[in-house]
Design a protein around this ligand. Structure first.
Ligand code: EPZ
Length: 421
């Protein structure tokens, strides 16, 4: 547990290269066990969720080495097919290993990822996709148990464009006999990245980025090299941080199209955005304007992960900003903490209405989930005085050295180990 201490009133100035993407590297780490090969990944971010995934790979029998942003995985001797509760407890998204373990081992046993800060995290679409590929699936004593001596290609339809279920189906289908047509697939950039990595592994995959993905098996390779894409949600976080603190930031490495919906909303609120090739500049001075309705949707709509961050940016914007959270059931947990800082937010089911206030005051608040925690930190940049954010390890799951990044840009922020109360 730690306490973030943020002093408001200092604008952010300068440029930064955006870290590797958490939500791109996690499915790639899972897919690395599909065949017995040596994989080298670069631009891997230093995150708790990545460390948890590397531990899962080691428990499955892989040899894993990390040197800075480079991770080497030797998956020639995968001996295990089980992820115990103590590891799924550390990282809910360990479900993304299901398809890869089933494809490699012919069976998989993974503790159910329980509900989390965002609400229930059902896995019905993941399990239905495995069944559609010929697996026997059952849940016993809180564990998902899958068996598939051989997977068979076919049509897999996802009733919802689930990112994780799309990733599991793509990975498992690489080991299936014949062609798999995946319909209703998610279109997130991380899905396109996974397709690119699967191709490097020798898979025949096409269509990622659309709702129909075709997989026709794979011709395994012995060595695979892959660079992790920049994290678009960290990019969105920095754009919203500049909106909260004011200043002039240049983000490097990021594809501006991947944060298009967020940049569009900030520009409509009065921020100045200039996009170039793999770079995006934002300038914010003076009070932003509200008046928008921000609706979270699957990509390319406004990303649910950026909703808490955009809410932070709207707290002092003149007028009303309305949010509609369509993806998760409990993703407004940061609102009560914003209110403790003087924000005016009314919650009504999936809607949240923010009426901009002239000023926010530093307060003692708590991070209840990953993006909510980041939102409280950036809101503190625009508050008067010091904001203390109690954090039980949420922020480090998704942000690499967030205190160092913000300090290097002029933010006054530090992390203290929390007194054990
Ligand atoms: C991924 O989660 C991301 N995580 C999430 O980012 C992101 O918020 C989410 O996609 C939506 O974009 C990773 O990539 C590791 P979903 P995932 O399956 O795959 C429902 C962050 O902060 N659903 O697309 O778990 C589900 O309840 C995290 O980085 C089912 O009903 O999300 C939700 O309402 C948070 N049944 C909706 O679909 C299922 O079997 C979208 O979930 C699966 C999902």
């Amino acid at each position: 547990m730690s306490i973030w201490r943020v002093q408001g009133g200092y604008p952010l100035e300068g440029s930064l290269t955006i870290q590797g993407a958490k939500n791109a590297v996690l499915p790639v780490l899972a897919a690395a066990i599909l065949t017995g090969c040596e994989t080298e990944l670069t631009n891997v971010p230093a995150l708790r969720d990545v460390e948890a995934s590397l531990e899962i790979l080691r428990q499955l029998g892989c040899v894993v080495q990390r040197q800075g942003g480079t991770v080497a995985i030797d998956s020639r001797n995968v001996t295990g097919c089980r992820i115990p509760r103590e590891l799924t407890g550390q990282m809910r998204s360990s479900i993304v290993f299901l398809g890869a373990i089933l494809a490699r081992c012919g069976q998989a046993r993974i503790a159910m990822p329980g509900g989390c800060e965002l609400g229930p995290r059902p896995v019905d679409l993941h399990l239905a996709a495995m069944e559609a590929l010929g697996a026997e699936v059952r849940v016993e004593q809180g564990e998902i148990v899958c068996r598939a001596p051989g997977l068979t290609g076919g049509t897999v339809h996802l009733a919802l464009p689930s990112v994780g279920a799309t990733e599991n189906a793509m990975i498992a289908a690489c080991a299936a006999r014949g062609e798999t047509i995946l319909t209703g697939a998610a279109k997130e950039p991380e899905i396109v990245e996974l397709q690119g990595f699967l191709r490097v592994l020798g898979a025949d995959v096409e269509g990622a980025g659309t709702s129909v993905i075709k997989i026709r098996g794979m011709r395994p390779v012995r060595h695979a090299l892959w660079r992790v894409m920049p994290d678009r949600i960290v990019g969105a976080t920095m754009l919203c941080a500049c909106a909260c603190a004011g200043g002039d930031l240049e983000l490097r490495g990021l594809d501006p199209a991947h944060v298009g919906s967020v940049a569009e909303e900030l520009a409509a609120m009065g921020a100045q955005l200039d996009a170039g090739t793999r770079r995006l500049r934002i300038r914010c001075g003076g009070r932003l304007r509200g008046g928008r309705t921000i609706v979270t949707e699957p990509y390319p709509g406004f990303p649910t992960d950026a909703q808490p961050l955009m809410m932070a940016a709207s707290l002092k914007a003149a007028g009303r900003t309305t949010f509609v959270e369509n993806i998760f059931d409990h993703r407004y947990r940061q609102a009560a903490h914003f209110a403790a800082m003087g924000a005016d937010i009314r919650l009504d089911g999936r809607r949240a209405v923010v009426t901009g206030v002239e000023r926010l005051r530093g307060a003692r608040v708590e991070a209840e989930d990953l993006r909510g925690g980041a939102a409280l930190i950036i809101a503190g940049l625009g508050a008067e005085g010091e904001t203390e954010i109690l954090d039980r390890g949420h922020v480090a799951r998704g942000y690499e050295g967030f205190d160092r990044v913000l300090s290097a840009l002029g933010g006054h922020i530090k992390i203290d180990p929390a007194r054990q109360e």
